[in-house]
Design a protein around this ligand. Sequence first.
Ligand SMILES: [Zn+2]
Ligand SMILES: [Zn+2]
Length: 368
Amino acid sequence: MSEKGRAALFFGPGKQMEITELPVPDPEAGALVVKITRANICGSDLHIWRGDGWLGAMARPDGRVIGHEMTGYVHSLGEGVTTDWAGQSLAEGDRVVYQYFAPCMHCRTCVRHMPAACPHSFKVLRGKPNKFPYFRGAYADYFYVTPQMAVYKVPDKVTDTMVAGVNCALAQVVYGLERVHVNVGDNVVIQGAGGLGVYATAVAKQRGAGKVIVVDGIDDRLDLARRMGADDIVDFRVHDTPEARILQVKELTGGYGADVVCELVGRSQVIPEGLRMLGLGGRYLEIGTFYPGSPVEIDAGGLVTSNLRIEAVAAYDAVSLHNSVQFLERNLETLPLDQMLVDYSLEDINSAFEDQDAGKVTRASIVM
Ligand SMILES: [Zn+2]
Ligand SMILES: [Zn+2]
């Protein structure tokens, strides 16, 4: 174990990240070590970096490797690992995607079919940087994939830039739309045409949605949403009040309101508006606002009298990650799935965060 790799350590909001060297671990039985090739900065990494809600508490005084949207290739395989979780043979050098969290699969929550809510999932990510397995985050040369983390081979045709976001945004959207059972003929409203929103547009269409209506107000994002399959747009520069947008959704759905509304903006303030876009018996999917400490006022009586359901979704299950990789492979000829990324070196990680926070780049990506 004399090999070493670089890792960017995060010490807390407002502090510069520092590059250090950590030992490359030997994988235990059932585990594997990935050589990371690319790691994106996700909206939730920015929340952590800024310390939104109580996320500043995720820092450690001795530093922590953050980041979770990533891809890479197999560096070394632990004893007994011969295939990925779909049964395809796995060897050193194979390109892979994987969960960055580790549901235990035997606690009460996992046993009750909710591994996405497993309280043990993120334990391994919180450990000390100078303790095995060292590489616990994406902004580093390596990542340690524990035996509990699902791993799938990436088909040759699916590029690194397409697949780097799959273990976060796409898998979560695939899982979320399954949780609210988007079905043939459902009219679906997507609040927010960011990364999550444009994926949700395409996935909802493939699940058979009748109409997908996207709410946003930035031309590039609306354009991408259309190319991902949006049937209608509610432009909040035109419909510039909640009332106007709700009315527009009602009109576009024959007066009924939507069957499913998805909050993919990341701001809890849009939730009351989204709930009012639903028709009777509608389902609301909450994904965007992922940090506690974001309260919002909801008309409980309105929920009850309309028989509404709310599903809140964090993380995802293994099969959603597999389905996401297959979704990319199936649609790469017809959908604009290659993300527009702006590349930075690991040494420039502080500038990457500053630039994305300032809106100079939409999506920064660290290339190892
Ligand atoms: Zn993410
Ligand atoms: Zn569990």
